[in-house]
Design a protein around this ligand. Structure first.
Ligand SMILES: *Cc1c(COP(=O)(O)O)cnc(C)c1O
Length: 389
């Protein structure tokens, strides 16, 4: 961790001693590895000669991606796997057993909520919800059988930022493990392990690969935890192929450059949006109106490329999004191309919310992921779309 992240993102995890003298790491296309004779196989099975055996367990290209990501996150070890959802699933499966109690945050990616509420509960895991930003809510939710607190920071879609130091201290005292999905931050902006969080998960599909072309996930922690998760991972699969690992490595080389650009563009665009009439509220962690601005500024080196804003109604959000010309209308975030979605179309309000008129997510909320385009061009496009309302 001695060199700057811009140096480490290019070089770390890559062996200088290669089979041939190419600059980029090789894409190791093999699903299995041969043994010279049965004795060699026997020595491997007796674990006197550790080496690669089969593609689900080991791949040299994947190993480069794992070493690089572990270095960037300041983790002892990493598992690169097939998606962000798989990374969460295998981690939760390894830590929890029937009868255990899991705490989750009240705002998270909707599939993560589904995984906890509908899948883990079928396997006898008890799940309770903790209020974002409330240490009291966390403290009073911890029970005798509470094993783990799973949360995002910043959250999707309101970009709420959690106070990692306080969460880690409280959970350590109560012997509850902490698992942070830090996809929206990336290791350039936030290093949760430094604040005492036990395990970090990212959807590499977003900023880490960064080009809207790969699906991948990563789990990062100290060696003992990663080794115990890896055992289960080797059994249930969720393997990432060498081509995707290569694209992830290639993406990581430019990660700090891309994030610096996206941070700066999103801050400028958030400031522009705040000043526009017809927008009820803008959510971006560095805005003085954001509920977690102080924690965000204390913890984070930058605030990411996602901005959410409320246009007041679902109809206005739809009209605005249709009037934009640069961003694609698509879920996901963090890549080269700006992406935009009217959030309530993707995650519709529940019948209870419609009946009560009290929504967890504002019907007029638009989520914008700022890409690598010129920020003046994006501001012009947003400005034009706002004028059509
Ligand atoms: C996208 C996303 C996931 C899921 O990751 P996939 O790579 O799509 O499986 C999990 N958490 C957050 C915060 C995400 O944005």
């Amino acid at each position: 961790m001695s060199k700057h992240i811009r140096t480490r993102s290019v070089h770390s995890g890559e062996e200088k001693d290669r089979e041939y003298r190419g600059i980029p790491p090789a894409i190791a296309l093999t699903s299995t590895y041969f043994f010279k004779n049965v004795d060699e196989l026997q020595r491997h099975k007796d674990q006197t000669e550790p080496r690669q055996e089969y593609g689900r367990y080991h791949n040299p290209t994947r190993a480069v991606a794992e070493r690089k990501l572990a270095d960037l996150e300041g983790a002892e070890d990493a598992i690169v796997c097939s998606s962000g959802m798989y990374a969460l699933t295998v981690t939760l499966m390894r830590i929890l057993k029937p009868g255990d109690h899991l705490l989750i945050l009240d705002e998270m990616y909707h599939r993560t909520q589904d995984l906890c509420a509908f899948v883990l509960t079928r396997f006898g895991v008890e799940v309770s919800v903790v209020k974002s930003g409330s240490l009291d809510s966390l403290r009073s939710s911890i029970k005798e059988n509470t094993r783990l607190f799973l949360f995002e920071t910043p959250t999707n879609p309101h970009l709420y930022v959690q106070d990692l130091e306080s969460i880690a201290a409280l959970c350590k005292e109560r012997k509850v493990k902490t698992l942070a999905d830090a996809t929206f931050a990336s290791p350039v902006n936030l290093l949760p392990l430094k604040f005492g969080i036990d395990i970090v998960v990212h959807s590499c599909t977003k900023y880490l690969a960064g080009h809207n072309d790969v699906m991948a996930g990563v789990i990062l922690s100290r060696r003992s935890i990663i080794e115990s998760i890896r055992e289960l991972h080797f059994t249930i699969g969720g393997t990432l192929d060498a081509h995707s690992c290569y694209l992830l490595i290639r993406g990581l080389k430019t990660l700090p450059l891309r994030i610096a650009h996206q941070n700066a563009s999103a801050e400028a665009i958030a400031a522009f949006l705040v000043a526009q009439p017809g927008i009820e509220k803008v959510f971006y962690p560095s805005l003085s109106t954001h509920p977690n601005v102080e924690i965000a500024k204390r913890q984070m080196a930058g605030f990411g490329g996602v901005i959410s804003f409320d246009l007041g109604s679902a109809e206005r959000a739809k009209q605005f999004v249709d009037a934009l010309s640069i961003p694609y209308i698509a879920p996901s975030l963090g890549g080269a191309e700006s992406l935009v979605i009217p959030y309530s179309v993707v995650v519709p309000p529940s019948p209870k919310e419609v009946e009560s008129g009290i929504f967890a997510i504002e019907p007029g909320l638009v989520r914008l992921s700022v890409g690598f385009e010129d920020r003046e061009d994006l501001v012009d496009d947003l400005s034009h779309a706002l004028k059509t309302l």
